[in-house]
Design a protein. Structure first.
Ligand code: SAM
Ligand code: SF4
Ligand code: F3S
Length: 438
């Protein structure tokens, strides 16, 4: 009988996409993927190291998994992803429960390491490569009608706070030809939305044709006109006019751009090694708003970076008011080993970081509410994702601007349907409306 593998995924969309690649690899090697940990022969945690609390969650999970190991001493527990890369053999040496640790460029070794683990062998594989893109593996996609598609791996930017270049290695791109082939197949398979993934998609460079990201985006949009396309992330230092034009020109490229600002203070941006000023950032936002007036904008913000003063923090609040983001991911700075900021004194006390973060969150809620109020009476095409958790009679979906819309469900509704919905109510996080005929 095939051995059963349960995989739990943490962290960013890259990890979600990698779990699909790992699942596909395992199935090809005679394993079954299941969705319940209790009956698994193998439990894999695909982990994130971006902030300390992400890693703490995994250590808590490992403590929790001890009860499974008590019931089944042959259970194999594996750590995949960024934490495996960062902590390497510390995971297998210091945590009895961990049998294997495998970094993001070594997933092809998983079947072999699992087999060895069944015979009691601990295993680690954490070499970072410069060419691995898993280009030949068709990911096992189970998430409805929306697919992730990694177009590149790694990152060369070395922002001073960020552990990703250390955990995911150097940047490399997949050939455009293979991405287009996959997109064509996704359209044939009935997928309705595809998100192109990379840590900095602006650095995409086809290894065969040397094409850059705007050309790739334009080509995928034309190859699969029935699919709507998103991408993440763009780096503000090199998001080009051409990319913004491609979004404006192609109706099936979503009107949503995620552009991580991190801070509104030029002094902090310099220390973060982001390589742009707020003025440059704002010029990009202004160009986006000029070409695509309805484009929604989201960002990432870090509160309490080393040496951040109240004035720096106020620059961030002012920047948020100037740009008016539809949404934001907001974090307290977390010092990470193997980053250049780790050598700086983490001198903003935790309570002060929390206070600044709360101010940022409150302001963002205020701005989101204000922008969502403008949505009243607008009609959006909504791609249906599933039933609403709060009310069985209602379902939810997303606009092309990436806003969640909840609406009364007609009979026979299913995931992947599209409806025109007129917005009638809002909160800072959600829009509510009714289906309309146009
Ligand atoms: N490559 C993406 C970009 O530059 O837009 C970012 C990817 S990173 C995994 C996601 C976000 O996590 C970053 O934009 C940053 O705001 C946040 N982040 C990264 N390192 C952090 C740290 N040490 N402390 C707090 N937040 C951090
Ligand atoms: Fe991290 Fe900067 Fe690379 Fe984004 S661009 S993954 S923040 S180093
Ligand atoms: Fe993603 Fe976390 Fe790694 S954000 S790239 S899984 S450190």
């Amino acid at each position: 009988m095939n051995k059963k593998v349960y995989i739990e995924t943490y962290g960013c969309q890259m990890n979600m996409s990698d779990t699909e690649i790992v699942s596909s690899l395992l199935i090809d090697n005679g394993f079954d993927i299941i969705d319940k940990a209790a009956s698994a022969d193998v439990i894999l945690l695909n982990t994130c190291s971006v902030r300390d609390n992400a890693e703490r969650k995994i250590f808590e999970k490992l403590t929790h998994l001890k009860q499974y190991k008590k019931k089944n001493s042959k259970l194999v527990v594996g750590i995949l992803g960024c934490m495996a890369e960062r902590l390497q053999d510390k995971l297998t040496n210091e945590h009895d429960i961990v049998n294997i640790a495998i970094g993001p460029d070594e997933y092809r070794k998983i079947p072999e390491l699992i087999q060895n683990a069944f015979y009691g062998q601990k295993g680690i594989a954490v070499e970072l490569g410069t060419i691995e893109t898993y280009d030949d593996i068709i990911p096992l996609r189970t998430e409805g009608n929306c697919a992730w598609l990694s177009i590149m791996r790694g990152c060369n930017n070395f922002c001073s706070f960020c552990v990703v270049p250390a955990t995911r290695g150097r940047e490399r791109s997949r050939p455009m030809s293979s991405i287009l082939k996959e997109v064509e197949q996704l359209q044939k398979d009935g997928f309705k939305e595809v998100t192109l993934l990379g840590q900095n998609v602006n650095s995409y460079r086809c290894p065969e044709t040397k094409s850059r990201f705007p050309e790739l985006l334009s080509n995928v949009a034309k190859t699969a006109p029935k699919i709507r396309f998103r991408f993440t992330s763009s780096h503000p230092k090199d998001i080009s006019d051409r990319l913004i034009e491609v979004i404006a020109e192609n109706p099936n490229v979503c009107n949503h751009i995620h552009l991580a600002m991190q801070s509104g203070s030029n002094r902090i941006l310099k220390l973060m090694k982001r390589r742009y000023t707020f003025e440059h950032y704002l010029s990009r936002i202004e160009f986006i708003k000029k070409l695509i007036p309805d484009c929604s904008l989201t960002t990432d913000i870090i509160a309490g970076f080393p040496s951040e003063t109240i004035e720096d923090h106020q620059d961030t609040l002012r920047a948020m008011e100037t740009v008016e983001y539809d949404g934001a991911y907001m974090f307290k700075y977390s010092a990470r080993e193997n980053t250049t900021a780790y050598d700086m004194e983490d001198d903003v006390p935790d309570e002060e970081k929390t206070r600044r973060l709360n101010e940022i969150i409150d302001l963002q809620h205020k701005i989101s509410r204000k922008l969502n109020k403008n949505e009243i009476n607008r009609i959006h095409e909504v791609l249906v994702e599933g039933p609403s958790k709060k009310n069985k009679e209602e379902w939810f979906g997303r606009t092309d601007t990436n806003k969640v819309v909840v609406f009364p469900a007609p009979e026979g509704i299913k995931q992947g349907d599209k409806f025109k919905i007129k917005i009638s109510r809002y909160t800072s996080a959600t829009l509510f409306g009714e289906i309309v005929e146009e």
